[in-house]
Design a protein around this ligand. Structure first.
Ligand code: OSB
Ligand code: MG
Length: 369
């Protein structure tokens, strides 16, 4: 691949409703959309870093800096044979996984198009529809939460995740359990607790949850092992896992039984596949996490989630769960069996709507070889 051009856009797009987690509230999603042209073929990528460093230390501003000053010059320096070579190519930049993943995403889109395949086919995907659920932010009250849970169940989502934070956690989990009745339910704490909260999670054990996602701090893999020993409910790690080595370590010491894979968090699709493979060998299921992506990032996630060990429903909801007007055509729609269809066209298999993208773009910078 001879990379000719890279274009960055800082975008801001309003969510249909605010999304609250233990680390903050998002009303407008800001991110970076990248377009790469190589050998005359254009590929797209979306950066999952947010405007604020609540989930990760990376932000739109740090990612822009790392992309502009280090990663893009490195990419334009010489041709690249395979998107799988990207992590090694970026090896001299420590961390900044979300910035790295952005460019790698566009390179995968290009490579799949050049091979005349959908990204899912190109990756060795095993299914045409991927099971999905919905991630519900913290609501104003437990009653409002129950109402929201019922609304999403009625819309056809057959796996519900609720966000929790210290305070109303147990009441919220109970209200959601009651509202979701016979639907698989899980909670996501986004690192808001410590081992001293083990008694709270022991009470959660009685709610028959599918899993408890990232209860403790992102650096606390060891502490998660202590908590997992005290619980029947599987722990799933999200923020703690930045590489295949992290995944292997966490599974070997029993810090979790499930891993949430986000390609942005682990530094791109190549590393995401490596995490998938480590988990598969260890007999641990994985699922595809989400970061409130637009359809551009979602199309990549859906292709990733078509790999064989993604046996649990992902945080990959329909376009209309997030945005009034998605940036792609066709938008993602929920199938009656609580799945999203994997796009079958070449590459990402979706068309980026230029006028909508222009309408949400705050700034833009182009780089040429
Ligand atoms: O922890 O999984 C998370 C969104 C932003 C940041 C972190 C998380 C989330 C979600 C939303 O849970 C998942 C989605 O995109 O639907
Ligand atoms: Mg999470």
């Amino acid at each position: 691949m001879n990379i000719e051009l890279v274009e960055l856009r800082h975008i801001r797009i309003s969510l249909l409703s605010p999304f609250e987690t233990s680390f903050g509230v998002t009303t407008d999603r800001e991110s970076i959309i990248v377009r790469v042209v190589a050998d005359g073929v254009a590929g797209w990528g979306e950066c999952v870093a947010d405007a604020e460093p609540g989930y990760s230390y990376e932000t739109v501003t740090t990612a822009w800096h790392i992309l502009r000053d280090f990663l893009i010059p490195e990419l334009l320096r010489a041709p690249l044979h395979d998107p799988r070579d990207t992590p090694a190519r970026f090896g001299r930049v420590r961390g900044h996984n979300m910035a790295k993943a952005t460019l790698e995403a566009a390179l995968w889109d290009i490579a799949a198009q050049q091979a005349g395949q959908s990204l899912s086919q190109y990756l060795g995907g095993a299914r045409e529809r991927v099971p999905v659920g919905v991630s519900i932010g913290i609501q104003p009250s437990s009653e409002k939460l129950a109402e929201t849970v019922r609304r999403y169940c009625a819309a056809g989502y057959r796996r519900i995740k609720i966000k929790i934070k210290p305070g109303r956690d147990l009441a919220d989990a109970r209200a959601a359990r009651h509202a979701a009745a016979d639907i698989p339910l899980m909670i996501d704490a986004n690192s808001a607790y410590t081992l001293a909260d083990a008694p709270l999670f022991e009470q959660m054990d009685e709610l028959d949850l599918l899993m408890i996602e990232q209860p403790l701090n992102c650096d606390d893999i060891y502490e998660h092992h202590k908590l997992q020993q005290q619980l029947r409910t599987p722990i799933c790690l999200d923020e703690s896992i930045h590489s295949a080595a992290d995944a292997r370590f966490a599974l070997e010491i029993g810090a979790c039984r499930i891993i949430n894979i986000k390609q942005g968090r682990v530094g791109g699709l190549t590393n995401a596949i490596a995490v998938h493979d480590v988990c598969r060998q260890a007999g641990a299921p994985v699922w595809c996490g989400g970061m409130l992506e637009t359809g551009i990032g979602r199309a990549l996630n859906v292709a990733l989630a078509s790999l064989p060990n993604f046996t649990l429903p992902g945080d990959l909801s329909a376009s209309n769960r997030y945005y009034r007007l998605d940036l792609i055509d066709p938008p993602f729609e929920l199938n009656p069996d609580s799945t999203l269809s994997v796009p079958a066209g070449p590459g990402l298999g979706v068309t980026v709507l230029q006028d909508r993208l222009d309408a949400v773009t705050l700034r833009r910078e182009t780089f040429r070889r």
